[in-house]
Design a binder for this molecule. Structure first.
Ligand code: UDP
Length: 418
């Protein structure tokens, strides 16, 4: 077998003190006492990409914050190639409801790359607990049973398992049956998955990052200049998503065209990137860009830095999230936190975040025209947008900020280590 060495992404500094403004003292105290409970444990998170997508976004905050709390926490990213990621992307798509073949060759690639990654960990000091994120690294469990038999294993599933393809669910369940505990983002995802014990934890956004912190007018003006000819003076609708069929950028384009019939000078920004573990992205990006070229008011933007994402979420009049499936959809809370109402599909984690008629509007995932009409309702009513924006900020403050998620996660880990 090949040697594959997982790598530890470089991490920003985080201190728990930075959260005192957004979190009550009770929760901070609770974090302190959980940290005491976990003080002698070594914890490892494993996922399959250091950049792009919500999981990397979450780990980039959770891992340094745990270390600031003096919980010894590592994050390692699998070493894999496109052959593996094509298999795991098929797995991801099938678990979210697409029916796709699962061949013996695909299973062999999945097992081999997982084994190659797991073997390299043998030299590591023993971990007391390993958190496996999503299905990609699950295959390592077979080896961990030999190399770290004492370690507790938690599977953190971030995807929408409402309607998984049975063949894939059966394959994944061979592994999930071995974990000690599984965490899902919604109770409806647990379904038929073979797991001994489950918790539901809603994800969260980190309010102190460059992506989510408040910005001064100068920073906004600077990004505005760079995005020219896009203009914050004219009405603007934005969707920010990886180029992925589940994000339905074509549906967003249709909603925009419908809204343009009623709102003159309307602009659409479709912002996207490619995640390291997602080989489909480029092709879809090219299709979306091609479809957008005919309309000078549609801006397809890639590789925007976090400040740019922040400014767009802040300055857009309405954010759209037209997903067909969505594990949670951090982008929704990111926009709501910046007081921008969101029109989104009623799927996955989106209805947890959009309170219909209060923080935005929910639409049927098939109904791009309806989404366009809801965008118009918001664009034509400044007062409603402002009111929804205030509601949105409060909704996220109460439910979707990092300290709340961290307490719930550490609670599960402490239980498993008990
Ligand atoms: N993101 C980004 N730039 C992009 C596209 C996405 O920074 O061009 C970020 C986005 O702000 C969010 C994360 O990637 O933090 C996407 O997480 P989400 O849960 O919305 O979806 P996922 O990609 O995990 O399906």
């Amino acid at each position: 077998t090949m040697a594959r060495t997982m790598h530890a992404p470089s991490l920003p500094d985080r201190t728990i003190d930075a959260y005192t403004d957004v979190t009550g003292p009770d929760r901070l105290e609770r974090l302190g006492s959980l940290a005491d409970t976990l003080a002698d444990d070594r914890i490892l998170h494993i996922n399959s990409t250091a950049t792009g997508g919500g999981v990397a976004e979450l780990l980039r905050s959770i891992v340094p914050l745990c270390n600031d709390l003096e919980i010894d926490t590592d994050w390692l990213v699998m070493d894999a190639d496109d052959d593996f990621f094509e298999v795991t992307k098929a797995m991801h798509n099938a678990l979210q409801g697409n029916s796709l073949p699962l061949t013996e060759a695909m299973k062999a690639i999945y097992r081999a790359v997982n084994e190659e990654n797991a073997i390299e960990l043998e030299d590591e000091d023993a971990y007391d607990l390993v958190v496996i994120h999503d299905p990609q690294p699950l295959g390592m469990l077979e080896h961990f049973e030999e190399t770290m038999p004492e370690a507790a294993i938690v599977w953190r599933c971030h995807i929408d398992l409402t309607d998984p393809a049975p063949e894939y669910l059966a394959f994944v369940s061979e592994y999930t049956a071995r974990v000690d505990h599984a965490i899902f983002s919604r109770s409806s995802y647990v379904g038929e998955t073979a797991v001994p014990e489950t918790s539901i934890i809603y994800p969260s956004i980190d309010p102190v990052t460059e992506k989510n912190r408040s910005l001064d007018a100068e920073a906004v003006a600077d990004v505005s200049d760079r995005l020219d000819p896009l203009s914050f003076e004219d009405p603007l609708v934005t969707q920010i998503s990886r180029f992925d069929p589940w994000k339905d950028q074509f549906g967003t384009l249709e909603a925009y065209r419908r809204a343009s019939e009623d709102v003159s000078d309307l602009q659409l920004a479709l912002v996207g990137g490619m995640a390291g573990d997602d080989p489909e992205g480029l092709e879809l990006y090219e299709q979306v860009a091609e479809e957008a070229t005919a309309d000078p008011n549609v801006h397809v933007l890639t590789d925007l830095p976090d400040t740019g994402v922040n400014v767009l979420q802040r300055e857009s009049d309405v954010v759209v999230q037209k997903s067909l499936r969505e594990g949670f959809g951090l982008v929704v809370s990111e926009a709501l936190w910046k007081r921008t109402p969101v029109v989104g599909s009623n799927v996955g984690g989106i209805p947890l975040q959009i309170v219909d008629g209060e923080t935005g509007y929910l639409v049927d995932p098939d109904d791009a025209i309806g989404a366009g009409e809801r965008v118009v309702d918001l664009l034509e009513d400044d007062g409603r947008r402002a009111k929804f924006g205030e509601n949105a900020r409060e909704h996220v403050r109460k439910q979707f900020l990092l300290p709340r998620q961290l307490v719930e996660l550490l609670d599960v880990l402490a239980d498993e280590l008990d």
